[in-house]
Design a binder for this molecule. Sequence first.
Ligand code: ADP
Ligand code: MG
Length: 241
Amino acid sequence: MIEMKTVNKNFGKLHVLKDISTKINDGEVVTIIGPSGSGKSTLLRCINLLGEPTTGEIFIDNENITSLSEKQVMKMRSEVGMVFQHFNLFPHKTVLENITYAPIKVRKTAKEQAHKEAKALLEQVGLSDKADVYPSKLSGGQKQRVAIARALAMKPKYLLFDEPTSALDPEMVKEVLEVIQSLADTGITMVIVTHEMAFAERVSSKIIFMDEGTIIEETEPKVFFDSPKSERAKIFLEKVL
Ligand code: ADP
Ligand code: MG
């Protein structure tokens, strides 16, 4: 379970997250939506300590991650995977090397075992034939599917996605969403920032709507999309639907 308790985040004078409190239970798929600049990425980055909250506490499985040693942070990050908008693959490593790098380096998985697991993951994301190519030879959709396989290679308990399809050409969005949907069906706990509203409605157990650093609504997808309570959510949905 991920729990945030009155989390605030400032960048200098800019108050970006304002008293964020929420709970994400194991097995949930939570989608965060909201206007650009509302603090979605900042919130996600706090969950795996790519950014540190200015005040407040974050618990992962009842452990306060805002007071961990550096070594514990490394361990925690291996349990909380992240997939970025711009893939962030290592350009000088092959697809297979991208996927096996962290398991070998951080998890100390034996090379042969890591390769075996990576190949199974490549099959899972539909890229069995790409193990030995370099990222530059892949389409955006393929790169993102490799990035997902790479995150899964660490066997995370939680997976965070920050606009995983926003950098993709429209024809590639579907193949990536399908992979994420198939992961949702495995029961892994996921937090997804996305502007794909139909997908959010389909895949989520809960929607968090943010605006100006605050959680405005937090509810089941059907309730949120059919009858948003706040004026701000209504205005947002009118623009994007
Ligand atoms: P979203 O993901 O919802 O578009 P962000 O979390 O990226 O929003 O950003 C929220 C606000 O925080 C924006 O005003 C953004 O400019 C600011 N911000 C984000 N990261 C930084 C940073 N590293 N330094 C300064 N300001 C930042
Ligand atoms: Mg963002």
